[in-house]
Design a protein around this ligand. Structure first.
Ligand code: SF4
Length: 215
């Protein structure tokens, strides 16, 4: 494998590859939002992966919020010269069929829904591996993400690449600061929006509802 020397940060654009970079490893990164994607993409590029991102987030409600976050992701992709696959449709019904009645454990169904699409897309399109930007967020259930990622890798037959990027969460947000991208105020689902704006504490909420969760 040969690579050309290339500064990762260009003063005008984020992480724009310069010159031709020849790589033989490819990764599909499921992206939950532009702000978690920025550093994650740079990280995997620095590991010499050819990076493509996947947008599949039917957990983001309502639809207009989903579209705001998708537009931000598209702007980042343009800024980073980053291929972005946008999954067709908005599987909100599939999301609710998974979580209704299991709200306390909803995040595991939500992770599995999104990561299984990433794994299937990676296998169908011939990527060497898949991962997710959710691994950069200190607000997500990190161990659960890792467990589900490895399980799906076995089931679907494509490698899951795990790395703990939580210490880089602020760096990722610093990278997108000057880009005037839409910034979300809650994790995604209506449950998390409700928690965010009522500012409930675990003790006042009771056992059935999980804590506030912003990606
Ligand atoms: S809180 Fe976030 S991760 Fe959990 S179910 Fe809602 S959108 Fe998914």
């Amino acid at each position: 494998m040969s690579t050309s020397a290339c500064p990762i940060i260009n003063k005008n654009r984020l992480s724009q590859p310069c010159g031709r970079k020849i790589v033989n490893r490819s990764i599909l990164i499921h992206s939950c939002c532009a702000h978690c994607a920025a550093y994650t993409v740079d990280y995997w590029r620095k590991q010499d992966y050819e990076v493509t991102t996947l947008w599949y987030n039917p957990n983001i409600h309502p639809y207009t919020e989903h579209q705001h976050r998708l537009e931000a992701m598209k702007s980042l992709a343009q800024e980073m010269n980053l291929p972005l696959v946008v999954a067709e449709g908005y599987d909100i019904i599939a999301y609710f069929r998974q979580v209704v009645g299991q709200e306390a454990e909803r995040c595991q169904y939500c992770f599995r829904l999104r990561l299984s699409r990433a794994a299937e897309t990676a296998r169908q399109r011939g990527f060497n591996a898949f991962t997710t930007t959710l691994l950069i967020s200190p607000h997500q259930k990190h161990d659960l993400l890792r467990e589900i990622g490895y399980k799906l890798a076995e089931e679907i037959g494509v490698d899951f690449l795990y790395t703990d990027l939580r210490k880089r969460y602020s760096d990722s947000r610093r990278m997108t600061k000057g880009l005037a991208l839409y910034r979300q105020q809650y994790c995604g689902c209506v449950y998390s929006e409700w928690e965010r704006y009522t500012n409930l504490t675990k003790s006042s909420r009771g056992a059935d509802t999980p804590s506030v969760n912003i990606p």
